[in-house]
Ligand binder design. Sequence first.
Ligand code: TYD
Length: 211
Amino acid sequence: MRQPPRGRFITLEGGEGGGKSTQARLLAAALAGRGLPVLRTREPGGSPGAEAVRGLLLGQAVARWDGVAECMLHFAARREHLAATIRPALEAGLWVVCDRFADSTLAYQCFGQGVPRAAFEALAGVALEGLRPDLTLVLDIAPEQGLQRAEARGDTNRYEALGLAFHHRVHQGFRAIAAAEPDRCALLDATLPMAQVAAAILATVQARLPR
Ligand code: TYD
């Protein structure tokens, strides 16, 4: 077993249009403003090898791979991201703020695309070697509203095109993950104004991860 990392690992999760990327940026800036060393990163991607897999995944038609193969690609990218970016940062004492992580695979590929949970668990076991976020902020928004927001900013990708029923399953998936692991996860209302969501995130980080 590896030595426990010294930094803190915070992930932001949720469906489309919940404002994760904006909130990841605001949180990273707030932590840095408090004098903490911060690294902001994202998935799929976050290291050169993982960004190459991202290009493969997001640039292709949905039917290109079956769900399990897609799950494997996400975990291949994640493994590379962990090795090249996240673990070294945690070992150096950084606070890592990551826009999406393994919960996205569980929500999108298992709840959304129907990949068996056992496949997820097996791949997570191999790829993560026991590493899990210290805190996961789940930005909760109804898919109708989230997709509308994503469309309004012209930000649609292959998953966004999968249809409303798919996104309802993903949404329920994120809620189920948050309910199953309340110690790790906090479910936050992403329909509130951006500044209020940011304040709720900061309060949660301060309460759950005292310095
Ligand atoms: P991105 O453009 O980064 O979207 P967002 O701003 O919503 O994060 O695209 C990432 C897409 O990949 C998003 O639709 C969710 C999906 N995804 C998965 O299906 N499984 C995963 O494991 C991850 C990390 C992302």
